[in-house]
Design a protein around this ligand. Structure first.
Ligand SMILES: C[S@@+](CC[C@H](N)C(=O)[O-])C[C@H]1O[C@@H](n2cnc3c(N)ncnc32)[C@H](O)[C@@H]1O
Length: 291
């Protein structure tokens, strides 16, 4: 945020020094971004907020956040991201909190339509990307049917954010040539997955909502790769949370150790290239040398 402010101030200074239509045209995008444009009334933006760090918002997400009159958000959206919205924008939580029943999807949709029809610029903020396990398409369809103008702003999905944070390449030439995003919301979901189709050694799997299903994921994937060398996994969490790395046979134990919260599992040989895996191997080698 601080860096963005410096860029904008520099742009303003350059405009003041240079003057003239040419300079204004050249700096146009920066000026508009600063909030010079009127809020587009009656539109809903479905915005991906990324994995939690405000630095991982797109510039377009930041721009619409800064012009929104009302921001609907859920539990994956961090306070740092909400702080990027216009100071006087109304913020409405529509997610689920532990022990408190959430507002139903119908009611959420109804509120978007109501706010847009009242002429407000609505931002619907969703963790990661709205179209990756985010029910973004349901909201898009509802708004379209209601005749409300709607636009989607993509976000960095959790698998991409977590992989970058861990220095973990999700694909690797000659080693990992397939990438699957899947969800295992409940253990029963994980049991229903056709793991044999995912057993290929060159496949990296990113499992969303898989924390509590880790034992079933471990069993399913292990069963599918019987006879092959062990694969590895990593559970990555929000920036303030924890990461674990280990072999597939340890998945359930490590997930339990990592505790509650949004948990992403990455399974595949590429995990061996991650910073965490390398550090763990280095520590083990040093211990062996010292013994
Ligand atoms: C309902 S899905 C939403 C996914 C989101 N639309 C995306 O593209 O990342 C929620 C799941 O996303 C994953 N997730 C979201 N943010 C995360 C983060 N910061 N760290 C780890 N996993 C995260 C977890 O698997 C969580 O259970």
């Amino acid at each position: 945020m601080r860096f963005l402010q410096i860029v904008l101030d520099t742009a303003k200074l350059a405009l003041a020094l240079a003057g003239g239509a040419g300079a204004e045209a050249a700096l146009g995008p920066n000026i508009e971004w600063r909030g010079g444009r009127e809020s587009p009334a009656g539109i809903v933006h479905l915005v991906g907020a990324g994995p939690g760090d405000p630095d991982l918002l797109t510039l377009r997400a930041l721009r619409v956040l800064q012009s929104a009159d009302i921001v609907f958000h859920d539990e994956l959206v961090t306070p740092g991201i909400l702080d990027c919205a216009r100071r006087d924008a109304e913020r409405v939580f529509v997610g689920k909190r532990r022990g408190v029943p959430g507002i139903g999807q119908d009611e959420i949709n109804r509120r978007f339509v109501e706010a847009a029809r009242a002429g407000r610029h609505v931002v619907r903020l969703k963790g990661g990307d709205p179209f990756v396990f985010g029910r973004g398409s349901e909201e898009l369809e509802y708004l379209r049917r209601a005749g409300v103008e709607v636009a989607v702003v993509p976000g960095i999905s959790a698998a991409l954010g977590c992989a970058a944070e861990a220095g973990l390449p999700l694909t690797l030439r000659g080693e990992a040539t397939r990438l699957t995003f899947m969800t295992a919301h409940h253990a029963s979901d994980a049991q229903a997955i056709d793991w044999t189709g995912l057993a290929h050694a060159a496949t990296t799997i990113a499992v969303y909502m898989g924390g509590s299903a880790a034992p079933a994921v471990q069993d399913g994937r292990l069963g599918a790769i019987r006879g092959r060398p062990s694969r590895y996994w990593r559970a990555a969490r929000r920036p303030d949370a924890q990461s674990r790395t280990g072999r597939l046979a340890e998945l359930a134990a490590l997930a339990a150790e990592a505790g509650e919260g949004p948990t992403l599992l990455v399974i595949g040989d590429v995990v061996a290239h991650s910073d965490l895996w390398r550090a763990a191997r280095l520590a083990a080698a040093s211990r062996e040398l010292a013994a």
